[in-house]
Design a protein around this ligand. Structure first.
Ligand code: MLT
Length: 304
């Protein structure tokens, strides 16, 4: 849940009405303000134990837009390479007076460790194959911008369903409303058992798992949400690729989303297709990251 002055670890537990209000407000927000409030002398630390382009740099820009300093921890050059634990690293940052920590870490338990170790709020920028609630808010805001609602939609999610934290977050958020989800992946990359059980209970019978992106699925899809196969988490299986046949069969009113980075599954030639909504992700991302940071630091949040 995203609440003033609190860590932001998961969207789960957010009442559907509050989430909808927040997403509707975000979807209508202009780009970050040029003259933001300036809470002087406060720094936001970013610690990325996994690679990142958009989220890491986006939080740097968002922090500066809010008049904050940025303290990026260079994980490879820090004492982490000498065996320093996450608890000790977070304690250093907290003792140095940071206002918030943006953390990405391969261990799903890392957010619990970091929130227990430090006295500052933690923003979950991805905990292994767990969640990435910032990206989930971005995805929801983009869906709301296009459809004006979060309900009554057919969402087809493809790729590494097993490891994609952005799929895990989005599937649970969309299960709060009345939606239909089709998961298309190599059989070895299906939903993990724990999440699968929960998702199936929440969606049943509106959730299907299959291994091929058929014409009939594409014809009724409102949102095609694609992901890459995550080789860094041991996946070696077949990607689901946006081919010319997929382009032709896809509902003309659909949008295609992708959390990025892309590999072979989403070819650059598709960028000129009007359904390529993923191209707007970076702009919406800055709005969402500024909002998350402002809220976590106890700033104004009209949804409270
Ligand atoms: C993530 O950090 O989860 C990315 O945005 C998606 C990916 O790594 O494929």
């Amino acid at each position: 849940m995203l609440s003033r002055g609190e860590s932001f670890i998961t969207l789960q537990g957010t009442p559907p009405e509050s989430l909808l209000d927040m997403v509707a407000e975000l979807a209508g927000r202009p780009a970050p303000d040029a003259e933001p409030p300036r809470p002087d002398g406060r720094a936001v630390a970013t610690a990325f134990y996994e690679p990142s382009t958009r989220t890491r740099l986006g939080f740097h820009i968002a922090a500066r837009a809010l008049g904050l300093d940025v303290m990026p921890l260079d994980v490879a050059a820090s004492s982490v390479s000498k065996g320093e634990s996450l608890t000790d690293t977070v304690r250093v940052l907290a003792d140095y007076g940071i206002a918030a920590l943006v953390l990405r870490h391969p261990d799903p338990e890392s957010m619990a460790v970091a929130t227990a170790a430090g006295s500052c709020p933690v923003i979950n920028a991805g905990n292994g194959a767990g969640e990435h609630p910032v990206q989930t808010l971005i995805d929801l805001a983009m869906i709301h911008r296009r459809f004006g609602r979060l309900t009554g939609l057919n969402i087809t999610m493809t790729g590494d369903i097993l490891h994609s934290r952005t799929i895990h977050g989005l599937i649970m958020a969309l299960s709060l409303y009345d939606n239909r989800v089709t998961l298309v992946s190599d059989p070895a990359l299906r939903l993990p058992a724990d999440l699968g059980g929960l998702a199936v209970r929440r969606y049943a019978p509106r959730l299907e798992e299959t291994d091929s992106l058929t014409r009939s699925i594409l014809k009724t899809t409102d949102i095609l949400y694609m992901t890459r196969v995550q080789t860094e988490r041991g996946s070696e299986n077949r990607p689901i690729i946006l081919t010319e046949q997929v382009q032709q069969a896809l509902n003309q009113d659909a949008i295609v989303l992708h959390p990025m980075p892309r590999t072979v599954e989403l070819p650059e030639w598709f960028d000129s297709d009007p359904r390529a909504a993923y191209l707007r992700r970076n702009h919406v991302g800055l709005t969402v990251m500024t909002f998350v940071l402002e809220t976590v630091l106890g700033g104004k949040n009209e949804n409270d």
